[in-house]
Write a new protein. Sequence first.
Length: 237
Amino acid sequence: MGYDVSFHPISPEEMREWYFGPLTWVQQGREEKVLALAAQYGMEDFYAEKYLDTLRVGAGTGPDELFDKSHGFYIAVIQGFFRDYFYTRGSAFSFLVEQKPEYVRYFTPWEQIVPAVFPNPAENRIIENYCSGVYLSPDQAAQLLQDLEQDKKVQEDLEGLWCDGQLAVLKKALTAAVELGTGLLEATEVVEPDPISPNESTSYSNLYHCDRDGVYLYIDMAMKQIAQAMGKDADDR
């Protein structure tokens, strides 16, 4: 699948501190409190403004808009202003659970996390571009990492989707979440690497907080596909 999927270590408490609380400040016209929070975390002015802009968009979200396409996506974006996140091309828990529904045991629905004042309906999975996906609670992230290391079936199932070296990136994301004591949120198109011109890559968040391992794998894959295509063209002549 051609999705740019990213994985964001963040806890429910951090969602409230970094998103839901500041969203209320913006709605109340107290934007200076957002900038003060950003400064408290040492955020550069440029990214503090991007953070505030994201919250402004979130503040304009109507109660009927799909949570995954609005607040869920914005939470993934703002996480990347505060700490590192991870990238894989086309591999997501949302796609895994479509094939193997039993993996839903590792995921927590938004209704168990989101404050009641945000009644937006949620699909709890990636349904299209610019969308959040599933959320693994801190306990679920720790359990999946343990099962990935100890359960051969879990390893095989995940490797079937996170292939060509990408499973190591997912494991790195899970490890980061466990070490931080956070959960893990997936989303799509928060970051969009350009494998041909990496300097042209873009992100709604802080591009420099995107872990490079998955990006390098994507670049290698794209280069191989281009070489194969060029070779095929040469053979056809």
